[in-house]
Design a protein around this ligand. Structure first.
Ligand SMILES: N[C@@H](CCC(=O)N[C@@H](CS)C(=O)NCC(=O)O)C(=O)O
Length: 339
């Protein structure tokens, strides 16, 4: 896939160790300061989200932007297309860097504009400051938290990380990352049987645990929807179309888990959420953009499943959100504008 070393693009990769895929830490991974959180709305148009519809980590940021009503204030730019020198910024065409009169073709140029001697991977999502011309963050978890912390003046101002649940949310997020969301990539990119075996075991152990958990409660932490749910959702969306086959997670499909599958459709039906899902982009990026694992670029047919089928989860109780003052309210859906 390639990376940037001392400010220069290199086709070298440092992501496999002993046959196992190791996700590199994000370099721009500091807590996003309060001034930035406040400026997201107060200085509308200053911060830009660069993301890809195929990428689950990007989808987390896109979801938070959508759910927290930041669509008009934080413009979204979609990167994607054939990976030559990593992600193209605009499908291979020139792309004007927000805040400059400079055009770039590859996303790595944004990284080196921000940090000329950058060494690391060139990943999405990116939160870009068009005033200082710096990457504020390239870590979806940080971006989600910053978007969540921005009070929404046009809707019920709820938080996805209520104080009373924050420890449980952090703990579960970590388990879901290690045991499922990242494990699906460990399975897919494994270069040894042992690495694959470990990863795929983690994936299904985690899915089995989620199925039990969601049999008796509407969301991961009970009746209230939280960040953990929205971090899990992009992984579930991708399961049957890419992780099952492309990543060889072939023990079971999402649709084989009745509670988890209904839960995923419940989240999909949330206002604005379907707009964050591009099934075709997800499939194409996996099958066509990875010639090392799929040399003929043959696009597997999409499974015949209906994400809009009724989900019946309301029988477990109403969906609640947590206000910043700590009480719970039933959700009044707000129709969000398209992304
Ligand atoms: N820790 C990052 C991971 C982001 C990430 O790995 N994104 C993938 C796309 S799904 C990427 O940009 N990969 C390109 C590469 O590693 O070269 C986050 O959650 O924001």
């Amino acid at each position: 896939m390639g990376m940037v070393i001392d400010g220069q693009w290199s086709d070298e990769d440092r992501i496999i160790e002993d046959g196992a895929f190791k996700r590199a830490p994000s370099l721009f991974d500091l807590e996003i300061p309060r001034e930035v959180v406040n400026a997201l709305r107060n200085e509308s148009g200053r911060y830009h989200l660069i993301a890809s519809m195929s990428c689950p980590w990007s989808q987390r940021a896109i979801l938070a932007r959508q759910l927290k009503g930041l669509v008009a204030d934080v413009p979204l730019h979609l990167a994607g297309g054939e990976r030559i020198e990593g992600y193209p910024a605009n499908g291979g065409d020139p792309w004007r860097v927000p805040g400059t009169d400079r055009d770039v073709v590859h996303l790595h140029e944004l990284y080196t504009l921000s940090l000329p001697d950058y060494t690391g991977r060139v990943t999405v999502p990116i939160l870009w400051d068009s005033q200082t011309l710096r990457i504020v963050s390239n870590e979806s978890a940080r971006i989600m938290r910053a978007f969540d912390a921005s009070p929404d003046p046009n809707s019920l101002d709820y938080t996805l990380v209520p104080d009373a649940l924050s420890v449980a949310i952090d703990r579960l997020n970590l388990q879901l990352h290690d045991g499922l969301s990242n494990a699906a990539y460990r399975a897919g990119f494994a270069e040894s049987q042992a690495a694959y075996d470990t990863a795929v075991r983690d994936v299904f152990k985690t899915l089995d645990g989620l199925e039990t958990r969601l049999a008796s409660q509407r969301f991961l932490h009970g009746p209230v929807i939280t960040e953990s749910d929205w971090r899990l959702f992009p992984t579930l969306v991708r399961f049957d179309i890419i992780y099952y086959l492309f990543s060889r997670c072939t023990l079971r499909r999402l649709v084989d888990y009745p509670h988890l599958w209904a839960y995923a459709r419940d989240l999909f039906s949330w206002p604005g959420v379907a707009d964050t899902v591009d099934f075709d982009a997800i499939r194409r990026a996996a099958y066509v953009d990875h010639p090392e694992t799929n040399p003929f670029g043959i696009l597997a047919i999409a499974p015949d499943i209906d994400w809009r089928a009724p989900h019946t989860r309301a029988q477990l109780g109403p969906a609640l959100v947590a206000t910043r003052t700590g009480d719970y309210r039933t959700v009044e859906p707000v129709k969000r504008t398209a992304i």
